[in-house]
Ligand binder design. Structure first.
Ligand code: C5P
Length: 280
């Protein structure tokens, strides 16, 4: 039996560069893992199928779940024959832009590799993972990474720290955002020009650049999100930025979250993992 944490992520910045012929978008993003995390337990099964259970009844536990896709992918790539009973203790909100499903998939690949005597390298896992989702490779980095391509080209970076004395909150409204819809409403020509390499340098030198090219598209899909951001700013945060395709925001600059109806708030910190171990 193996129990592993499965952390969420935020995009400290997210630049969309172009639309590709395969329908995906080329991006350049500084990804950061945070300590809001699910927990997944893997128990070898004597049957010839995986069985997934979850504390949250709204999460599908059928073969569409990325955990089951990842276990299947690992067996296909390595010839590993073991199946598992898998229990997902869910804390990361879904449709929030926090990468919960992608993180669960990366955690499953790591677990399968551990439980089968490590036939794959981390580079193998990372390359394979991009076949089932663009955000999964990031979670096989060490927690801070600059990701390009459609997200699957991952450059590991030294761990970043939250700006000193600052608390960070993830605040999620009751509704979620579907990633596909947000990308479909993106107006590339309206995006402000930016030198993304300079933004990266500045972020790594301690002057973080916070921007997200998907924010306006998410506001188009769900106009209530724009009002929600305004409310968060009016409550006194210095920085309020949509995470990924939303609907959660990361907020910096206040010691306590505002009391807003139908809203979840989590105080978070940046997290990382050591080269040969998983997130603790
Ligand atoms: O790769 P993944 O299945 O996570 O992507 C979900 C959807 O997000 C894709 O179907 C696509 O519409 C959009 N997407 C995109 N460009 C990316 C990543 C995702 O257009 N780089």
């Amino acid at each position: 039996m193996l129990t592993l944490r499965s952390p969420a992520k935020i995009n400290l910045f997210l630049r969309i560069l172009s639309k590709r012929v395969d329908g995906y978008h080329s991006l350049a993003s500084l990804f950061q893992a945070i300590d809001l995390a699910d927990e997944i337990t893997f128990t070898p099964s004597h049957t010839s199928r995986d069985h997934l259970t979850c504390t949250d009844p709204s999460i599908p536990t059928d073969p569409k779940n990325l955990i089951l896709k990842a276990a299947h992918l690992f067996r296909r790539k390595t010839g590993f024959k073991q199946y598992f009973n898998i229990h997902l203790s869910k804390k990361i909100p879904a449709e929030a832009g926090l990468g919960g499903g992608s993180s669960n998939a990366a955690t499953t690949l790591w677990a399968c590799n551990q439980l089968s005597g490590s036939p794959a390298t981390i580079e193998n896992l990372l390359t394979w993972s991009s076949e089932i989702g663009s955000d999964i490779p990031f979670f096989l980095s060490e927690g801070t990474a600059y990701c390009t391509g459609r997200g699957e080209i991952v450059q590991n970076l030294s761990p970043l720290q939250l700006p000193s004395e600052r608390k960070m909150w993830i605040i999620k409204p009751a509704f979620g955002c579907a990633t596909k819809d947000v990308y479909a409403n993106l107006k590339l020509v309206s995006l402000p020009p930016r030198d993304v390499e300079e933004e990266l340098k500045s972020s790594l030198a301690g002057n973080p650049a916070y921007f997200n090219d998907l924010e306006e598209a998410a506001f188009t899909v769900n106009p209530a999100l724009k009002n929600f951001k305004q409310e968060l700013l009016s409550s006194g945060f210095e920085t309020v930025l949509l995470s990924g395709s939303g609907s959660s925001f990361f907020c910096i600059g206040k010691n306590a979250p505002p009391t807003l109806a139908n809203t979840k708030a989590f105080q978070v910190n940046f997290t990382s993992r050591k080269q040969n171990s998983w997130y603790l």
